[in-house]
Each structure stands twice: as structure tokens, then as C-alpha cells.
Design a protein around this ligand. Structure first.
Ligand code: SF4
Ligand code: SF4
Ligand code: SF4
Length: 265
């Protein structure tokens, strides 16, 4: 048996060659993986890592899986992403920036990128364009949600990927996990929360720490944003407050247009 082979229930399992890349991002998702000291070695033993700038100096263009963090906000990033896509058998979008545009796409709200650029960079010559998710440039095979990602979820996804098992995400909203944690609902404490419409999987990270959800994991299946709007109104929150949250990470883009229209009526 070669050094690259492992076994699962006695059956040889090939260790895929994996590469990590980042585009417009804070690199916090990659840091989450490296911070996972308790299980990091087990996790790394599933893969042959050939490229991970935050963790190693060696690099190779020969890989099976590309884990890509960050949104695309420059033309050269789009070009690099196309090259990565052409080399990888599987491309995984890692984190809200890669999946939805993330906090970077907030600049798209202003509809005047020249003005945004000037406000942020002054007269410096900076190449920047509308921030978009990876899927706007290349096909994406898998998404790992969150800002930042939950390392436990990444480990589960990677283990299933390596073993050829199916990968399922929760379809229910964050509220289910929040209730499971016996939290007092933040609406009852005077805070807004997107938990009723946001995809679970973070174990209600924010509400369990007395912070309302901002929707970083995108919409749950059959998310009822209209109903959430009513709940927000009943608790004295405005459409602007709801929109601020829904637009924060880009995952609710499909719902925002409808809501803006309804807010004008
Ligand atoms: S998703 Fe959040 S933590 Fe991850 S790179 Fe983007 S901003 Fe950073
Ligand atoms: S705090 Fe948020 S996630 Fe928790 S039950 Fe209330 S609305 Fe749902
Ligand atoms: S509670 Fe909401 S904002 Fe917080 S990590 Fe979970 S999905 Fe993201």
C-alpha cells in the first residue's frame, strides 16, 4: 500500500491532494481551520495538502480539491479562479464571502463604485469592481457556509468528501438550534434576529451569545421573509433594520429585491 492510501472499514481510501486559496477576504475562515488544534492533525491526515499559504511555504498546481475562500472583486482574481477551476476536480466555496460575496458585497449597495472607491482609497490607484461570489465566475461543487465557517462542519464535509459519502446541510432555520440550546428568544429581549429564516448548522452561535443572527449562512429552505418582516414590525423594528441584516452577507439577495418593493408600497 502506498503512503497516500488509507483504509476505511478495510477498504483503501485515496488521500486527495488539496489546495487552499483566498481571494477578497479576511482569511478568517482559513484561520478557523488552523485554530482547530485538538483535531487539526486528524483533519490534515485525511488530505495531502499541497498549497496552504497560511500554513506552509511549498506549493503545487497538482491538486484534486480546491478550497477557495473570499469573494471576487478584481479582474485578475476572476482569471486566477478560472485557472484554479480548470485544475481542480472539485471546487469548494469556503465561507460567506466565497458563497455569497460576504461582507465585501456591501459596497455593491451603493450603486456607484467610483464613489465607494474614492471614499475608501482616495486617489490611490486601486483595481476593484463589484464583489461577487465564486459561483458568478465558475461552477462551484460544494459550499461551506458561515462567517466564519464552523470548523466542526468543515471536518464533517471533508471527511464525507474523502470517504465518498453524501453531504447534507440542515434545511431548517437557526431557531431550531436556538431552542435546542434553551435560549430565551432575543425578540423578547428587544433585539432583532434573522434566526427564523437563516440556514442552521452553526448551533445558533450568535443567539447563544445574546446576539441576534445576521444571516451569514444564507436562507433556510422555504425561508419565509414576509413572515419575519411581520415579526420585526410587531417588535418595533423597521424595514431598514431588516434590510441591513438581510443585505449584510449577500445570501438573501433574492429576497431583498422583493422586500424593497414591498417596503415602498
Ligand atoms: S466569510 Fe467571514 S471569516 Fe470567512 S473570509 Fe469572509 S469575512 Fe472572513
Ligand atoms: S433568538 Fe433568534 S434564533 Fe433564537 S428563537 Fe429567537 S428568533 Fe429564533
Ligand atoms: S447565528 Fe446567524 S449570523 Fe450567527 S453564525 Fe449562525 S447563521 Fe451566522
Amino acid at each position: 500500500m502506498s503512503a497516500r492510501e488509507r483504509t476505511y472499514l478495510g477498504v483503501p481510501v485515496k488521500k486527495p491532494r488539496a489546495a487552499f486559496f483566498e481571494f477578497t477576504s479576511c482569511e478568517g475562515c482559513q484561520l478557523q481551520l488552523l485554530n482547530n488544534e485538538a483535531t487539526l492533525l486528524d483533519f490534515l491526515s485525511l488530505l495531502t495538502i499541497v498549497n496552504f499559504r497560511e500554513a506552509m511555504t511549498e506549493s503545487s498546481d497538482d491538486y484534486d480539491i480546491a478550497f477557495v475562500e473570499g469573494s471576487i472583486s478584481r479582474d485578475d482574481e476572476a482569471e486566477q479562479l478560472r485557472v484554479i477551476r480548470s485544475r481542480a476536480k472539485t471546487l469548494v466555496a469556503v465561507g460567506s464571502c466565497a458563497c455569497f460575496g460576504g461582507v465585501n458585497q456591501l459596497k455593491n449597495r451603493f450603486n456607484d463604485l467610483a464613489w465607494v472607491k474614492e471614499q475608501v482609497y482616495g486617489s490611490h490607484a486601486i483595481d476593484t469592481r463589484e464583489a461577487v461570489p465564486l459561483s458568478a465566475i465558475v461552477p462551484v461543487d460544494l459550499s461551506i457556509y458561515g462567517c466564519p465557517i464552523k470548523k466542526e462542519e468543515v471536518e464533517k464535509v471533508v471527511t464525507n468528501l474523502v470517504l465518498g459519502k453524501s453531504i447534507d446541510y440542515p434545511r431548517y432555520p437557526v431557531c431550531m438550534e436556538c431552542k435546542d440550546n434553551h435560549n430565551v428568544c432575543l425578540f423578547n429581549l428587544g433585539q432583532p434576529c434573522l434566526g427564523p429564516v437563516t440556514r442552521a448548522g452553526c448551533d445558533a452561535w450568535c443567539p447563544s451569545n445574546r446576539l441576534g443572527c445576521w444571516g451569514c449562512r444564507g436562507p433556510a429552505e422555504a425561508a419565509n421573509v414576509r413572515q419575519l418582516r411581520q415579526i420585526m414590525h410587531e417588535h418595533g423594528f423597521s424595514d431598514e433594520q431588516l434590510l441591513d441584516r438581510l443585505e449584510c452577507f449577500g445570501g438573501f439577495a433574492d429576497y431583498v429585491t422583493e422586500l424593497k418593493k414591498a417596503a415602498k408600497e
